[in-house]
Design a protein around this ligand. Structure first.
Ligand code: ATP
Ligand code: MG
Length: 252
């Protein structure tokens, strides 16, 4: 089976944090959730995968092509990365400039660029914002524009860092619809979430990262029964009971 992503014995160190011996494989079309507490290394892992950070050792391959300084630009065109914070993603003055940047860099004609931008903004329900400055949008609107920028490139891999955080229910539904259509075309997806709903219902497999190490990697049906996964996602049923007990106490 072809490997879309292959992370092989990757080590990386910030001053006070290290990623140790990271190994992760995604086959073409797989949808994997990355789970871990705040500060466990999820975004760092994504930055390594995108070549935004360079491993101290180890190798990362995308479609069996090893990531190097020379092919970074080429590989990034095939990997759409939705940042955790859309403010880190949007950089051009207007929505149009931002969404058209990627397709223009693919060397498409102006006509094709226009077609892709209009299609992508329509998909995320942001067509009426086309001439708006990117710094005058709400968090959810900015996230939708950031997603438009990614899908306008028609990537084969989507790397989504907490894609649903801050989105209203209608947009979550829409985003799942958009991604579902991409999945039908065989797109591979790696995403992070803190929400057990998406782990249980929207992933084929789950990897848990804890203090910069992968401590679980397996199919979702196995993950949902595994203690280390439950510990990292949190026991929401138990929290419900705890809150109920507060209410009872405060009424007494
Ligand atoms: N630029 C940086 N320089 C130094 N340390 C950093 C830098 N960015 C992140 N870190 C540290 O690396 C660790 C992992 O951070 P990372 O952003 O990968 O966590 P995360 O799992 O994505 O957390 P969250 O769930 O909060 O998004 C944290 O301890 C963080 O303080
Ligand atoms: Mg993060």
């Amino acid at each position: 089976m072809t490997c879309a992503i292959d992370i092989n014995h990757v080590f990386f160190r910030y001053a006070d944090f290290k990623m140790e011996d990271i190994n992760l494989k995604l086959h073409v079309g797989e949808q994997k959730a990355i789970v871990g507490l705040n500060g466990s290394g999820k975004t760092t892992l994504f930055k390594l995968l995108l070549g935004l950070l360079e491993p101290d050792s180890g190798e990362i391959s995308v479609f069996e092509k090893k990531l190097t300084k020379d092919n970074l630009w080429e590989i990034r065109q095939d990997v759409g990365f939705l940042f955790q914070n859309p403010d880190d993603q949007l950089f051009a003055p207007t929505v149009w400039d931002d969404v058209s940047f990627g397709p223009r860099n693919l060397g498409l004609s102006e006509e094709e660029v226009t077609e892709r931008v209009e299609w992508a903004l329509d998909r995320v329900g942001m067509s009426s914002f086309v001439n708006r400055p990117v710094n005058q949008m709400s968090h959810g609107q900015a996230k939708r524009v950031a997603l438009a920028g990614i899908i306008s490139m028609r990537p084969s891999i989507l790397v989504l860092d907490e894609p649903f955080t801050g989105l209203d229910f209608k947009m979550v539904t829409k985003m799942i619809e958009i991604i579902q259509r991409l999945r039908q075309d065989g797109v591979t997806i790696l995403f992070t979430t803190h929400n057990s709903f998406f782990i249980e219902n929207w992933s084929d497999s789950v990897a848990v990262i804890q203090d910069g190490k992968i401590v679980f990697d397996g199919p979702t049906h196995e993950a949902v029964r595994t203690k280390v996964v439950i510990d990292n996602v949190g026991d929401w049923g138990q929290l419900r009971q705890q809150i109920k007990s507060y209410k009872t106490t405060s009424l007494e």
